[in-house]
Design a protein around this ligand. Structure first.
Ligand code: KE4
Length: 437
């Protein structure tokens, strides 16, 4: 397939004249892989088509939400029907209650829900709740983890024993960053040391399976050890399941790894492609939120009826184990086939590629592996990934335009789509091999 982007180039140049970087979220600008991003015209099922008429099998899926695929019939019908009744009231609706009840069936240790509009808001709110519940200020997070763009989360490990955060973005006050302690993922000793050294830790927030350094599962027992360590020091454990919630299982990572978080941030899939997020947790903590309690949190579009309708329509078919059995099968087939294709290109024996997966999210890392944390992920050959990315795009396969993202598979992906993807990967790994440094 030859991808021609004449119209996309013109449209993206126009976008760059009025939108910062031509995009509304940085990764979409292709800065990490180079080239012009195709300007998308529409999506259908497992595929998206750009304004030049090129169609791609899509593994971005909107960065996770579209687990049923693009423009899925029940979701479109639900949104359309809701829109005919009005797009927002700033008032209670029965659908908001129904969605909250569905979320609580997936997270049975929780009794309360607060709906909002983005994963950033959900993580920010969970952190504020943990600080209010414990009367403490510090938050522990993992290096490389992404919990949205609230100031206190835009930090990186600083120097010094406690690895107090330093801003990872201009505009974040040093004092704010210093309330965040940064530790490596999969390193329980670092968490214990931080908790022992600083009695002001309110909570640890963690992606139970990392998705923002690429797909990095927790090592055996790590998540359970986090819960024990936090609770032994009077701190809460917050799971950021924005990506893993309803992705890994109906009950997210907490179901898969049999561990319970004190507060859980959700987004992406629960909105079925529309802006919707949530915090779920026990009544004792959640009822600290206004108007029940003093912790302020609010939002004009929180519980928006269109997003709620899309969420309900998306979660309904996921309640059967058949859905996750199918996603697991597609993920396993894709990962196994990618390993074979990489091996055939000599990249596995040469310790230059490793493929990691959790259910229907996976990453092809251009490094020896195993990738257990951010430091290991940073050893990736990002130039080789860029070559692989463009070879796959040319072959009609749309991957995340960054080595440090996860691929997502939907229920709309067919066995034929997987076969096409693996055929493309066989050539793409050869292209990447030629670019290895
Ligand atoms: P949003 O504010 O983008 O809805 O959610 C922030 C967030 C929080 N937690 C996790 C684990 C997340 O993955 C995200 C957002 N994920 C990125 C993709 N890695 C969104 C895509 C983008 O930033 O453009």
């Amino acid at each position: 397939m030859m991808v021609r982007l004449a119209k996309s180039k013109v449209a993206f140049e126009q976008a760059c004249r009025v939108l910062v970087g031509g995009v509304n979220s940085p990764v979409r600008a292709f800065g990490a892989v180079g080239g012009t991003p195709p300007v998308i015209a529409f999506g259908e099922g497992a595929k998206i088509t750009d304004i030049d008429g090129n169609t791609y099998i899509d593994y971005v899926c909107g960065y996770g939400p579209l687990i049923l695929g693009h423009a899925q019939e029940q979701v479109v019908t639900a949104i359309t029907k809701a829109a005919t009744r009005g797009s927002g009231f700033g008032a209670p609706t029965e659908d908001q209650t129904q969605l909250a009840e569905v979320l609580l069936t997936a997270y049975p240790q929780a009794q309360r829900v607060r709906l909002m509009n983005s994963g950033t808001e959900a993580c920010m709110t969970a952190i504020r709740l943990a600080r209010a519940a414990t009367g403490r200020n510090k938050i522990i997070k993992c290096a490389g983890a992404y919990h949205g763009h609230a100031d206190s989360m835009l930090v990186q490990a600083g120097s010094g024993a406690l690895t107090l955060g330093v801003p990872s973005s201009p505009g974040v006050p040093a004092a704010t960053a210093a309330t965040t302690i940064v530790v490596p993922f999969n390193d329980i000793d670092a968490v214990r040391k931080a908790l022992e050294a600083d009695k002001d830790v309110a909570a640890m927030i963690v992606e139970p399976v990392c998705g923002n350094i690429g797909t990095v599962p927790p090592q055996k027992g790590y998540l359970q050890a986090l819960a024990r360590a936090c609770h032994a020091h009077g701190a809460l454990l917050i799971f950021d399941e924005v990506m893993t919630g309803f992705r890994l299982a109906f009950g997210g990572a907490q179901e898969v790894y049999d561990v319970l978080a004190d507060l859980t941030a959700l987004a992406k899939i629960i909105g079925g492609g529309l802006p919707l997020a949530a915090v779920v947790g026990p009544a004792a903590t959640m009822d600290l939120l206004a108007p029940a309690g003093p912790v302020y949190q609010a939002g004009t579009h929180s519980g928006n009826p269109l997003a709620v309708a899309a969420g309900l329509a998306t979660l309904a078919p996921l309640r059967t184990s058949a859905a996750y059995g199918r996603l697991e099968g597609l993920g396993a087939d894709l990962a196994a086939g990618l390993r074979q294709a990489a091996a055939k290109a000599g990249l596995v024996a040469a310790d230059r590629v490793c493929i990691q997966r959790a259910g229907s999210m996976l990453t092809v890392f251009f490094t020896a592996g195993p990738v257990t944390n951010y430091q290991a992920a940073r050893t990736c050959d990002t130039r080789a990934y860029a070559a692989f990315f463009h070879a796959m795009l040319e072959a009609g396969v749309n991957l995340p335009p960054s080595q440090f993202e996860s691929w997502f598979i939907s229920l709309a992906h067919s066995d034929g789509d997987i076969r096409h993807t693996l055929d493309a990967a066989a050539d793409a790994f050869s292209s990447a091999a030629a670019r290895l440094t």
